[in-house]
Design a protein around this ligand. Structure first.
Ligand code: ATP
Ligand code: MG
Length: 342
């Protein structure tokens, strides 16, 4: 994992990435026949782990048009970046036929680097839309229904037909990781609980073994800050996959990536995995499936928890607070899954 940017030297690196991205603008403007002169740039927040290689900026031209300039200068992962961009472009084209669901069009793209100019998606992130809506209010259910409905549309346009699930490669990873924890070679927090999660995954894998499911190319990083929502549109950004075909992984990402943020608060009836049952009901209604009773979804939800927990082992100490919160959330989710007999 790349270093987290913290000190002054790193700030220099961050500024350099911004400047390098801006320097591409005159070429983009010329290719697209836009006014290059007088454009204003506004930096958007990017993941702190990647800000030394990634820049996302709103560009407003002198004539008032708004675009998003996104640049990733990461030679090591360049090939993957380009494939994820292909994937974004394909989804964006296919979603054009679906009213109310979209992905910003990629208007310009460098042939061999991760620099793109895309449409500006109006509205807030789904994360913010959901935070602004209160538990128990119809508005929150409506936000979740809209998200569920949009994710179903994204998966429909990414369909790869019926598939059968074989858990072996997943469970092999689980066994290897559990062995490393037992041998003291992998330092995960709360190792005993983590080993309980590994055992649970084996049971969940067996329960879903051989199950037929509808495959779809995953988005790959579908947390609620990668979904934009306006009055009329739900829009997907920041794709991070081009070959994985398990759509349930995307849904698990929605609920687990920001753990503990989407867990049922006090006074709210928790459902599957410690998420409010009212939230599940609304999301499932929008998605059009009873996910929480589906063994394969339950497996991938548990798998996502395993990934989250494993990642906590690599967190640097100055992220102590965030790590502690995520761990507390992970423990709650695990307890809920165990109680459920998943
Ligand atoms: N086309 C767009 N229109 C409007 N806002 C955008 C657009 N693209 C990105 N943004 C905003 O910029 C933020 C950062 O962009 P992006 O998600 O691509 O990078 P990131 O957050 O660093 O990635 P990660 O999801 O891996 O943390 C998004 O959360 C979103 O608020
Ligand atoms: Mg993002």
């Amino acid at each position: 994992m790349p270093p987290i940017v913290a000190g002054h030297e790193d700030q220099v690196a961050v500024d350099a990435v911004q400047a390098r991205a801006k320097a591409v603008w005159p070429r983009i403007a010329s290719d697209l026949g836009l006014a290059a002169e007088g454009a204003r740039f506004r930096q958007l927040m990017v993941n702190s782990r990647y800000q030394h290689v990634r820049s996302v900026q709103v560009v407003q031209t002198a004539t008032g048009q708004r675009y998003v300039l996104r640049a990733v200068f990461d030679e090591i992962n360049a090939a993957k970046q380009l494939k994820s961009l292909d994937r974004h472009q394909q989804a964006s084209e296919r979603l054009r036929a679906v009213p109310g669901v979209s992905s910003p069009s990629i208007l310009w793209r460098d042939r061999d680097s991760g620099v793109v100019l895309m449409e500006f998606a109006e509205g807030d992130t789904a994360y913010r839309a959901l935070s602004l809506s209160d538990y128990g209010l119809a508005e929150r259910a409506e936000v979740l229904r809209r998200i569920g409905h949009a994710v179903a549309a994204l998966h429909r346009v990414s369909d790869v037909g019926d598939q059968r699930f074989w858990p072996k490669p997943f469970l092999k990873q689980v066994s290897t990781r559990a062995e490393a924890v037992r041998a003291g070679q992998f330092h995960v927090p709360k190792p005993k609980k983590f080993l309980g999660l590994c055992a649970l995954l084996h049971r969940a894998g067996r329960a879903a073994r051989g199950q037929v499911f509808r495959g779809a190319i995953e988005h790959g990083d579908l947390h609620l800050r990668n979904i934009m929502m306006s009055e009329t549109d739900v829009s997907f950004i920041d794709y991070s996959n081009h070959k994985g075909i398990y759509p349930y992984r995307d849904i698990a990402d929605i609920w687990i990536s920001n753990c503990p943020d989407h867990l049922a608060p006090d006074g709210c009836q928790p459902g599957f995995g410690g998420i409010a049952s009212a939230d599940w009901a609304a999301f499932e209604d929008g998605y059009g499936m009873r996910l929480t009773v589906d063994p394969l979804f339950r497996f991938f939800f548990t798998w996502r928890l395993f990934k989250l927990w494993s990642a906590l082992a690599a967190r640097p100490s100055y992220q102590h607070r965030r790590t502690a919160d995520a761990l507390a959330g992970a423990l709650l989710v695990l307890d809920a899954l165990l109680e459920d007999g998943a």
